[in-house]
Ligand binder design. Structure first.
Ligand code: ASP
Length: 319
């Protein structure tokens, strides 16, 4: 079985490390975790881990999940603050607890209990961006913290500004695994959780068929159970590129918001689709010396006045 890792475009720098793990016979699960950790520790990626954009109160709340497609064991954390590697805390939820998903204070408590590395994920540059966004909303760090009602502020601070990294892998034994990690929607309401840690929505693996993971407006992936649906489509025999496009069509039928998917089949074929033109994804196999990049298939939102566009509304209006 040829080993391969597929990722969202911002995962390229991590692929060689993941492929080294697969090339020496390591598991897909170890490879996707290792890749996710590299991006989490990279402060230049402002959508993941350290350097990720904070919520409206200036706290970087991280979501992550990992799934073993052979055993269907999963682990996830959401709204985790103050730790460097949410993906490894998610892996520990999977490996060391009888649970699959810990959130907020409980997730932090567990992270402390297992000795996870602590860090301040808000960097000087993301703090500056947060203060600037607050200023445009007529707030300061101290005024927003005193607010009893945050929703009026969040209506002004959130824009189409999100990001995530995801990794899907098949190892030489044919095991499939996936990992997704993110700081979610920039300047969100505290406690907002997107699709990334929700198994079936933003992340899903089944070693019989393949894996899928989403980026973009996570609420849509939750509402359409997008990653699991994509894997079900592979299971039904749908060609992988058609399954990727179908996921975007599902999202487009709901709202006009950026949405992307990567899909990997158990035999190593891959595809990706998006509703925003020009987006890329990356992959690497054990025989390649560097990652390859390709444009995601573009599935544009239907034009105004068409049947499916009448069903769509502007995303993120937080009415
Ligand atoms: N899907 C992520 C979320 O909704 C953000 C993104 O990938 O752009 O939290």
């Amino acid at each position: 079985m040829p080993s391969i890792i597929v990722a969202s475009g911002n995962g390229a720098s991590a692929l060689p490390a993941g492929i080294r793990i697969l090339a020496r016979g390591g598991s897909a699960l170890d490879a996707v975790e290792a890749c996710a950790k590299i991006i989490e520790a990279d402060p230049s990626d402002t959508s993941v881990g350290r350097g990720g954009k904070p919520n409206v109160l200036g706290v970087v709340e991280l979501d992550a999940s990992i799934m073993d497609g052979t055993t269907h064991r999963t682990g996830a954390v959401a709204a985790l603050a103050g730790f460097l590697h949410p993906i490894s805390v998610a892996r520990a939820v999977m490996d060391r607890t009888p649970h699959v998903f810990l959130v907020g204070e409980g997730a932090s408590r567990f992270a402390r209990e297992i000795g996870a590395t602590r860090t301040q994920n808000l960097t000087p540059s993301t703090r500056k961006l947060w203060v600037e966004r607050l200023r445009k909303a007529g707030e300061t760090p101290s005024s927003v913290r005193r607010r009893a009602k945050l929703l009026p502020v969040v209506r002004k601070t959130v824009k189409e500004e999100r990001g995530t990294v995801n990794f899907l892998a098949v190892d030489r034994h044919g095991d499939v695994a996936s990992a997704v990690t993110t700081s979610g929607w920039a300047y969100k309401y505290p406690g907002r959780v997107g699709d990334s840690p929700i198994i079936g929505a933003g992340n899903y693996s089944d070693s019989r068929y393949g894996a899928a993971a989403c980026t973009g407006y996570g609420e849509l992936a939750i509402r359409s159970v997008t990653a699991k649906t994509a894997v079900d489509r592979l299971a039904s025999g749908m060609p992988i590129d058609v399954a990727a496009r179908a996921a975007i069509e599902d999202a487009n039928a709901l709202e006009d918001a950026a949405f992307n998917i990567v899909v990997l089949s158990a035999d190593g074929a891959h595809a990706s689709a998006t509703n925003r033109q020009g987006r890329r994804y990356v992959w690497m196999t054990a025989t390649m010396s560097e990652p390859a990049t390709a444009l995601r298939a573009w599935v544009p939102q239907a034009r105004r006045g068409s049947r499916s566009s009448r069903a769509t509304v502007r995303a993120g209006s937080l009415r």
